[in-house]
Design a protein around this ligand. Structure first.
Ligand SMILES: [Zn+2]
Length: 419
C-alpha cells in the first residue's frame, strides 16, 4: 500500500507530520533532514523538531552519509531504528497457533508452532494464546518494555475494534475476548484482525500489494476469503464481514453451501469442496490415478495435487473447474470495485497453469475491457506465512499511522517507562 497522509483536524497536524516523516524514512531511508523537508514540503524547523523527538523515542537513528554537501560537511542520514523495538504476531488457524516475534523491519527472530489436536474450549484456547506469547518473549530474550504490541490474526469473523473473535467456525466458539485476555496478561497493546485481512496487510507491506492503492487478496484453503484494499485502506464493512467472496453466488442452480445458500464459490473451489467433488467422481467409478495414489487411505488434497502433477484427467478437471469458478467470482468483484491487482494465496495455486489458465481466461472474458486492461493477477509470495507476518504488521502499521489508538497507547507506555 502507498502511504498517504490523511487530512485531519488542527490538533492532529503534529501527529500527521510525525507519521509523514516516519513513513518517509521507512520508505526512502537513509534520508537526510533536508531531503525529508523537500519531499514532504514541511518546513526544515518542523522536520528538525519532529526528528529530534523521534530520535529521543529511539525510533530513528542517524549516521554520517556518503558524499559532501555545500560547506564540506557530510549529511547526517536518518534510518528507522529497526532493532530498537519488537512486535509479536500470533496466527490462530484452524488447527495450529503460530507465534513469532519480529523487529520493526519485519525480520522474524523467534517462532513457535503449537498444534491443536481437537478444538479446545474457550479458556484453554485463550491460555494457549498467552502461553505461546510468553514462550517467544522468554526464548527470544526480548525486554518486555521493547515490545510495542501483539497482533493476532484469527480465522473467522472478527471485530477488530473490540478485539474479539465474533465467531470461529473451526473452534465452534463465539465472542472470544482475545484482546482483553492478552492485554490483561501482558500489559501490552493488542490488536486482533481476521486472518485474510492480516495477509492482505502483509502483502501491502512486503508482498505483491506494495505501492498498489487498490487490490484484492484472495485466500483459498478449507474456505475462501478475501481482503479488499480500496484507496490504501483495508475495507471491513459495517459488521466486519466484508470480503466474503467465498459466499458470492457463481451458479444460481449450484449445490448447497454450508452457509445455507446455493451455488456459492466455496461450494466449488475450496479445498473441502474439491475433495468432496473428487470423492464423488471416484465413487461414480471414474478411472483415475487417485485410486493408486491414495490406496486405502483417506483422500487428501496432497493426493489430488500429486494426481494433477501426474496429469490425471479427473484431478485436472476438478482443479480446472475450481479455477473457472474462482475466475467468475473475481471478475464479478473486479467489475464492481476495479482493482489494479489480484493477489492469490493458497497451496492450490502451486499446481500452476492447470488452475491458473482457466482462472485467468475467465477473468479475461468476464471483466469489462477498461477494467481488464488495468488489472494484473499475481501469486502471493508470502503464502500461508503472510497471515502471521500480517499479524505483527498490524502493530507496526499502527505505529506508522497518524493519531491512532496504537500511537496513543505506545506513547503512554513509553512515558510511563521513563517516569
Ligand atoms: Zn455459502
Amino acid at each position: 500500500m502507498i502511504f498517504t497522509p490523511k487530512t485531519g483536524s488542527f490538533e492532529g497536524m503534529k501527529s500527521m507530520n510525525r507519521a509523514t516523516i516516519l513513513n518517509m524514512v521507512r520508505l526512502e531511508g537513509p534520508i537526510s533532514r533536508a531531503q525529508i523537508a523537500k519531499r514532504t514540503k514541511l518546513t526544515p524547523p518542523t522536520v528538525g523538531t519532529i526528528v529530534q523527538e523521534l530520535m529521543e523515542e529511539d525510533l530513528l537513528i542517524e549516521e554520517t552519509g556518503i558524499g559532501k554537501i555545500q560547506g564540506g560537511r557530510k549529511p547526517l542520514m536518518l534510518s528507522i531504528h529497526s532493532s530498537a523495538f519488537y512486535a509479536i504476531g500470533v496466527y490462530a488457524a484452524a488447527e495450529v497457533v503460530h507465534t513469532v516475534i519480529a523487529t520493526l523491519d519485519g525480520e522474524i527472530f523467534m517462532e513457535k508452532e503449537e498444534r491443536m489436536q481437537t478444538p479446545p474450549p474457550l479458556e484453554e484456547f485463550l491460555q494457549l494464546l498467552s502461553r505461546s506469547v510468553s514462550f517467544v518473549i522468554e526464548e527470544s530474550g526480548a525486554a518486555p518494555e521493547k515490545i510495542i504490541g501483539i497482533g493476532v490474526a484469527m480465522h473467522g469473523l472478527v471485530n477488530s475494534e473490540e478485539g474479539t473473535a465474533i465467531f470461529s467456525p473451526h473452534l465452534q466458539l463465539e465472542n472470544i475476548p482475545i484482546q482483553q485476555h492478552l492485554e490483561e496478561k501482558f500489559s501490552i497493546p493488542v490488536l486482533v484482525e481476521n486472518d485474510v485481512r492480516t495477509l492482505t496487510l502483509a502483502e501491502g507491506w512486503y508482498g505483491e500489494g506494495q505501492n498498489i492503492s487498490h487490490f484484492l487478496c484472495v485466500s483459498v484453503g478449507l474456505g475462501i476469503g478475501s481482503g479488499i484494499v480500496l484507496d490504501n485502506t483495508i475495507y471491513r464493512g459495517p459488521v466486519h464481514s466484508a470480503g466474503e467472496i467465498g459466499h458470492t453466488v457463481v451458479d444460481v442452480s449450484g449445490p448447497k453451501c454450508h452457509c445455507g445458500n446455493y451455488g456459492c464459490l466455496e461450494a466449488y473451489a475450496s479445498e473441502s469442496s474439491i475433495l468432496e467433488q473428487t470423492q464423488r467422481q471416484l465413487r461414480f467409478g471414474k478411472p483415475s490415478l487417485l485410486h493408486e495414489i491414495a490406496g486405502d487411505k483417506e483422500l487428501t488434497m496432497q493426493h489430488v495435487y500429486q494426481a494433477v502433477a501426474e496429469k490425471d484427467p479427473l484431478a485436472m478437471e476438478v482443479a480446472a473447474d475450481a479455477g473457472r469458478y474462482l475466475g467468475i467470482a473475481i471478475a464479478n468483484i473486479t467489475n464492481m470495485l476495479s482493482f489494479s491487482k489480484i493477489v492469490l494465496e493458497g497451496e492450490l495455486f502451486q499446481v500452476g497453469d492447470v488452475i491458473l489458465d482457466p482462472l485467468r481466461s475467465m477473468v479475461e472474458k468476464r471483466t469489462l475491457r477498461s477494467v481488464r486492461n488495468a488489472t494484473t493477477i499475481a501469486i502471493s509470495p508470502l503464502g500461508k506465512k503472510g497471515m502471521v507476518i500480517g499479524a505483527f504488521t498490524l502493530v507496526i502499521d499502527q505505529m506508522f499511522q497518524a493519531g491512532t489508538r496504537q500511537e496513543t497507547k505506545y506513547k503512554k507506555s513509553s512515558s510511563s517507562l521513563s517516569s
